[in-house]
Design a protein around this ligand. Structure first.
Ligand SMILES: [Zn+2]
Length: 486
């Protein structure tokens, strides 16, 4: 403690909290001392520190800040840097560039086929190189930290003039150069979304050819929105594993799910396969705690879902927030005519089984990722409620996970998977990303009908030692950093 008596940076003592340290260890009473942007010490519950400002926590939980392992916040970070949907649920770090779509590198004026438009309005796409976007983030930081990934569909869009075919060897070389530039600039890896039109004609070999530059770098991420999450999911999982092995990269199975009633229950097999593969190569998963998903409006999804809600529609804005089947009845249109009237549009699809969702979330390799679409006018509630819903519904109400196991998924597990050595745990010497919450009160308030709602029970959030959420609102501080791989 001698070094703490002459502090060069401000000291903050969080007193009398219940520490959930992110490792999965049981909660314990302790005081947490921050010095500047660093966790200086974990002290006995009665310890005092001279010269420290102190905050009385009175038994509230204090945990490492949550890591949102799957986001589409690339542009939102710049447009809405207070990041209220995220800090209000305890999130201090977001992983961007998922599902094959990243804001960069995409030159200004480039055509933006769906689903690139899920990242925000066209004027946000103005970064021809990845480092240009990262520089913009560093110059105007957001309230949260960023783990950036590069999207394969974005590479395709900025390189190819015809997306309806596999890339030529020259085009692959061009994309490989863009990817190398991004990785040199600090991207953690690449994501793909071959489910989506701009990438659906990409072959396995195309992805391996482009990703080759990841192989020698070690510990890179390959995040995959599978080619198929319904009837042909087994083949899609094998494809992802093969790409991961070829690139010597960690496979992150994004928003793992089984879509469509005839596939419900199959998560027992898919998880067993992923677990088996995990003995041979690094693999992990992310998911959110809702039985509905959301993306662009597609008839194949509508037909798989038991219910579809329109999140937004440029073709007919009056459809926003409405039920697809109800509208169809009202308008007397067939499926194709509906699509024509509504497109381009986004939708929320109720197509998963609650038991699959819970089985996947409870799996020890699964992290928590919101997959929210931040610019949707009527978004899926996951953008605002994913983390608090896990804590309230799955931990407190259902007892599916212990509090420390849930926090581990949101913190230590994610930090380990993304190669962060200085975050994800409440330990001396690590960066001071913290959340203080009330385990008895914490609740998501965002619903499918009323999705833009801050959660209850998140009492304080610190990013790099600075408080960004005071329990009611964002403080306006923006201490977020673009994180670096270790
Ligand atoms: Zn996705």
């Amino acid at each position: 403690m001698a070094g703490l008596s002459t502090p060069s940076r401000p000291l903050l003592l969080l007193r009398g909290g219940t520490v959930i340290d992110g490792s999965g260890a049981p909660p314990r009473r302790a005081n947490v001392l921050l010095e500047g942007d660093t966790i200086a010490a974990i002290l006995a519950p009665d310890a005092e520190v001279a010269g420290a400002e102190s905050i009385e926590l009175d038994g509230l939980a204090v945990a490492p800040g949550f890591i949102d392992s799957h986001t589409h916040d690339d542009g939102y970070l710049l447009a809405h840097p207070d990041m209220v949907p995220k800090v209000s649920q305890g999130v201090t770090t977001v992983v961007t560039g998922n599902c094959g779509v990243s804001l960069a590198p995409v030159p200004p004026g480039c055509p933006l086929p769906q689903p690139l438009d899920l990242l925000g309005p066209p004027e946000l796409f103005r970064y021809p190189t990845f480092s240009a976007w990262m520089d913009a983030l560093r110059e105007a930081p957001a309230a949260v930290n960023v783990i950036p990934l590069v999207g394969h569909a974005s590479l395709r869009v900025s390189t190819m003039n015809d997306l309806q075919r596999p890339a030529t060897p020259e085009e692959c070389a061009g994309m490989r150069r863009l990817l190398a530039e991004a990785l040199d600039a600090g991207a953690f890896g690449m994501s793909t979304g071959t489910f989506y039109p701009p990438a659906q004609h990409a072959t396995t070999q195309e992805i391996i050819d482009i990703g080759e530059t990841m192989r020698g770098r070690g510990g890179m991420i390959y995040a995959v929105h599978l080619r198929d999450e319904s009837d042909r999911i087994d083949e899609a999982i094998e494809e992802a594993l093969e790409i991961g092995r070829s690139l010597a990269a960690r496979v992150v199975f994004s928003h793992h799910k089984l879509a469509g009633e005839r596939n419900h229950g199959r998560s027992a097999q898919t998880l067993a396969r992923i677990e088996e593969a995990g003995a041979m190569q690094p693999v992990c998963l992310d998911c959110h705690p809702y039985p509905a998903t959301s993306t662009m409006l597609r008839l194949d999804r509508v037909r798989l879902a038991r219910r579809t809600l329109i999140a937004w529609s440029k073709g007919d804005p009056s459809a926003q927030g409405r039920d697809f089947a109800e509208l169809q009845h009202e308008w007397g249109l067939d499926d194709d005519a509906m699509l024509q009237r509504l497109a381009p549009a986004g939708a929320i699809y109720f197509l998963m089984d609650e038991r699959d969702v819970e089985r996947i979330l409870a799996h020890p390799r699964t992290m928590v990722g919101s997959d929210g679409l931040p610019f949707d006018p009527h978004p899926h509630p996951r953008q605002w409620g994913t983390f608090t819903r896990v804590l309230s519904r799955l931990v407190r109400d259902k007892g599916l996970l212990t509090l420390e196991a849930a926090v581990h998924k949101m913190t230590g597990l994610a930090a380990a998977n993304y190669g962060l050595r200085d975050r994800g745990l409440l330990q001396p010497g690590l960066r001071a990303d913290l959340v203080v919450f009330d385990p008895q009160r914490v609740t998501d308030l965002a619903t499918f009908d009323n999705p833009v709602q801050a959660s209850r029970g998140i009492e304080g959030v610190w990013v790099n030692g600075q408080r960004v959420w005071d329990g009611q609102r964002a403080t306006g501080l923006r201490p977020g950093r673009v994180l670096e791989r270790h």
